[in-house]
Write a protein that binds this ligand. Structure first.
Ligand SMILES: Cc1ncc(COP(=O)(O)O)c(C=O)c1O
Length: 367
């Protein structure tokens, strides 16, 4: 059996007619950017997350750096984030003109450890960017308490956590702003580049709206030096079709995850833990194994594609060398990076597929 890591076609085919109709509706109007579909998506996504405003932008990376700037981050500021994330989180801090400062993670949820954030705070710290890794919310009560103590803005990187809950609130509604990627493989994915910022704060929403479109505030008037990060109408139209199914997709991911966890109970791997009060949406199903690379090779030989998110921690990336972090400086992150393995998970993955992956993985340990 061949099991791909993601299967975008399997997600597209059941929606084909509806998606083609909405894309052709956009082409018929030739209103291609920031039009009716973007406005409707912003309203629908804000309602879904439970915030007052959503601002569509060109990507998750853009969402992060525009939100940071809109929240007041300036050159010379420091912004604390996790070294266990996609590189774009740190990149966005640099694009906002600030210096990324890393704090280590908790082993249980792979997200920023609040006590490590507190140790990283200096007089220059302006904001913290918690990353809701793999689809589970970070320890937000404790993170918000640290942020409040030091007067820091909180910009959530919710790029992997569409629909994830922290108690009764969704990720993206917990800090000053939330940032989402609609990269094609995400729980809510477009068929091109797209992202969105969520916030309850009208000033952040207004700033973000101007920054995404060259600082434009009214006809012929530019209030600031902004960017070209307009969300296009075709992506917004596609996202509106898929947003209606997001809860269904997340429920399917949760069901596959729970089957994996029950079938892998006996194996010498650590399965993901859903922390009390959090609803994991399993953007990724990540196990830990002391023999990760050998296990990955074995699964690959049996036709099972897997991934590593991510093999090299951000603080040790060549681009971060001027920041001066040594190996050993983020021990929890570094040991996670050596052991993590992402198994295939997507709504269209069948129980038969999950059972095959789990049986193959179990056979690795019993042989
Ligand atoms: C945690 C995290 N942050 C930021 C991003 C960047 O999003 P995008 O690829 O849409 O720019 C991603 C997506 O890959 C991500 O997973």
């Amino acid at each position: 059996m061949n099991i791909p890591f993601v299967d975008l076609k399997a997600g597209y085919l059941p929606l084909r007619e509806e998606i083609l109709r909405s894309v052709s509706g956009v082409l018929d109007t030739m209103h291609l950017y920031l039009g009716d579909n973007v406005q409707a998506l912003e309203r629908e996504f804000a309602d879904y997350i439970g915030v007052r405003f959503a601002v569509g932008v060109g990507s998750g990376t853009d969402a992060l750096f525009i939100a940071l700037k809109a929240a007041g981050v300036q050159p010379g500021d420091e912004v604390i984030t996790s070294p266990h994330t996609f590189f774009a989180t740190a990149e966005a801090i640099v694009h906002a003109g600030a210096k990324p400062v890393f704090a280590d993670i908790n082993a249980e949820d792979f997200a920023l450890a609040p006590d490590c954030i507190e140790r990283a705070v200096t007089k220059k710290t302006k904001a913290v960017v918690p990353v809701h890794m793999y689809g589970q919310a970070a320890d937000m009560d404790a993170i918000l308490a640290v942020a409040q103590r030091y007067g820091l803005a909180v910009v959530e990187d919710a790029c992997q956590a569409h629909g994830a809950l922290y108690h009764d609130k969704k990720c993206g509604a917990l800090g000053d702003a939330g940032c989402f990627s609609f990269y094609c493989t995400k729980n809510l994915g477009a068929y091109g580049e797209a992202g969105i910022i969520t916030t309850d704060n009208p000033e952040i929403a207004g700033q973000a709206r101007a920054l995404r479109n060259h600082g434009h505030i009214s006809k012929f008037e530019h209030a600031s030096f902004g960017y070209n990060s307009r969300l296009d109408e075709m992506q917004a139209a596609i996202l509106r079709v898929r947003l209606k199914r997001l809860d269904e997709y997340n429920a399917a991911r949760r069901s596959r995850a729970s089957l994996y966890t029950s079938l892998l109970k006996q194996a010498a791997v650590q399965t993901p833990a859903e922390k009390p009060g959090r609803r994991h949406v399993y953007h990724l199903y990540v196990i830990r194994s002391a023999e990760r690379d050998r296990l990955m090779g074995f699964l690959n030989e049996q036709g099972i594609a897997t991934g590593i998110h991510y093999r090299n921690p951000v603080h040790l990336q060549p681009a971060c060398s001027p920041l001066g972090y040594a190996r050993g400086s983020m021990p929890v992150t570094e040991s996670a990076c050596a052991e993590i393995l992402s198994l295939p998970i997507y709504p269209e993955l069948t129980d038969e597929h999950v059972t095959y992956v789990a049986a193959t993985l179990n056979s690795f340990y019993s042989s």
